[in-house]
Design a binder for this molecule. Structure first.
Ligand code: 4AD
Ligand code: MG
Length: 457
């Protein structure tokens, strides 16, 4: 019977006649025996297979190198070694695929993240990238679990869209036109949809449609931005979790955001303990402390105006000026969350000029009911707002933002018919992965990263 390594390591008693299939991580030889560390991706740990040299030919023995794939038949017995409870006594071994030591790029030594990015198709076979992949899987499942138990409806918002939700002009255009054959201006009315189409930058506008019918909904999927930011935190394709709730105001969604982040930190600590231990050892010594603090303390909350005052009083020399009406830069965000509060902090009520058209205008007529959640080590993790539910004010804002109301007739209809106060936010899934693991580059938490200037496959 084939066992996963994870199952084998959890056995309560020895077991005869099992099959393990996996890849050799390392091999050590001693007195007529080879000790093979086998990993099959089911968990961080390997199982040690003990192979007596009389079970294989000399030629086979020479092919048992790091990276080779094998099927091993044998018995699980108590290990005399201190490191592991069980080991596998090899009866028969089949080499499934060779990995010649002079050519296979992943040898025993530790490789740099930069090098591993150049072999992104092989890096999942390392401890670190295997662990990241398993944590991603658990975290995605945890997100669904969180919303499911709260009674949210999981909706599927489109990837192909006719509108730029954020209005920031950072969209990728999708076309079925033969671009190699076009001269002059592109006429999108001749394109597949008879108009210009984009990859979505956010599922929010469609989530609003659903919230204004089903109450509490969330969408969770890939989003795309042609943002020319070559930073460790920006990817061109990333995953976003976007809850949207009818009859909820800005405070309600800040509360939900805090509850959600804490719930997910707990979930991962509980379900990914072994994988997380790798990051504590090799990536971020303060990880455990940071996550525990996230759980223990209430998040800080300050208005944009108050944030400016904190920054001005800091005595720090920032590269970008701290001025009303300018967006907070990474250096400002990091000062607030890492130096000043030393924990996650919500900044809310931003000047309307630096935020998207759909955010609700506050009574001061200057700010909008927006919030960002900033976290240590990452910066902005969440962006959200209360949505403008008043038709006339929304129309005015759209004009100010240079948007054509005709393109948004359906969005305006939500305000024409049975309008309600509603709010939501977007949480960057990959940034949450960075926060949970201490990995400092988004390229290393994405299995297949697409960033400015790089897309290998
Ligand atoms: O703040 P953003 O742009 O908000 C929205 O898109 C809203 N429509 C969401 C909503 O209210 N439903 O993006 C939300 C989050 C950011 O806080 C950040 O964590 C992540 O998405 N994000 C990125 N992550 C990786 N690479 C990028 N280029 C990202 N841009 C945004
Ligand atoms: Mg934002």
């Amino acid at each position: 019977m084939r066992l996963m390594v994870k199952e084998l390591l959890l056995l309560d008693e020895p077991k005869k006649d099992v099959i393990i299939k996996g890849w050799i991580r390392t091999r050590r030889d001693s007195k007529g025996f080879s000790f093979l560390e086998i990993n099959d991706g089911s968990c961080l740990s390997n199982v040690q297979a003990v192979l007596s040299w009389d079970k294989v030919s000399r030629q086979e023995l020479s092919r048992l190198t790091t990276g080779a794939s094998v099927a091993i038949f044998g018995d699980v017995v108590a290990s005399p070694g201190k490191k592991q409870k069980w080991e596998l006594q090899v009866e028969k071994l089949e080499i499934l695929g060779d990995a010649p030591a002079d050519k296979y790029p992943l040898q025993k030594k530790r490789h740099s993240d930069e090098f591993l990015r150049t072999i992104a198709h092989l890096r999942p076979r390392t401890n670190k990238y295997g662990a990241i992949t398993r944590i991603r899987s658990e975290l995605a499942f945890g997100i669904h679990k969180f919303f499911h138990q709260k009674g949210f409806c999981y909706i599927h918002t489109p990837i192909l869209t006719g509108s730029d939700c954020e209005g920031a002009g950072e969209t990728f255009t999708v076309t079925a036109l033969d671009l190699s054959n076009i001269q002059g201006r592109i006429d999108f009315s001749k394109d597949f949809f008879k108009k210009r189409a984009y990859l979505t930058v956010s599922g929010q506008l469609e989530a609003e449609i659903m919230a204004c019918a089903l109450g509490s909904v969330y969408t969770f999927g890939p989003t795309f931005r042609a943002e020319k930011s070559d930073t460790p935190r920006h990817a061109a394709e990333f995953w976003m979790v976007e809850p949207e709730i009818a009859f909820a105001d800005l405070n309600d969604v800040m509360e939900l955001a805090e509850e959600m982040v804490k719930w997910l930190v707990n979930y991962v600590l509980e379900h990914c303990a072994e994988d997380l231990s790798l990051f504590v050892r090799f990536v971020d010594k303060n990880l455990t402390q940071r996550l525990e603090l996230t759980l223990k303390e209430p998040f800080a909350k300050i208005s944009y105006q108050e944030a400016l005052e904190v920054l001005k009083k800091s005595g720090r020399k920032f590269e970008y000026p701290v001025e009303y009406g300018r967006d907070l830069q990474t250096e400002h965000e990091r000062y607030l969350t890492e130096a000043h509060f030393q924990k996650p902090v919500f900044v809310y009520n931003y000047p309307k000029e630096i935020k998207a058209f759909y955010m609700r205008l506050n009574d001061d007529q200057k700010t909008v009911a927006a919030m960002d959640l900033l976290v240590p080590g990452v910066g902005e993790l969440i962006g959200g707002s209360q949505r403008e539910e008043r038709l006339e004010i929304l129309e005015k804002r759209m004009e100010e933002c240079g948007l054509d109301k005709k393109d948004y007739w359906w969005y305006l209809d939500l305000r024409r018919f049975g309008t309600v106060v509603h709010s939501g936010f977007g949480l960057g899934f990959d940034r949450l992965m960075m926060y949970l693991t201490g990995v400092s580059n988004v390229r290393d938490v994405l299995s297949f990263y697409r960033c400015l200037g790089s897309m290998e496959f």
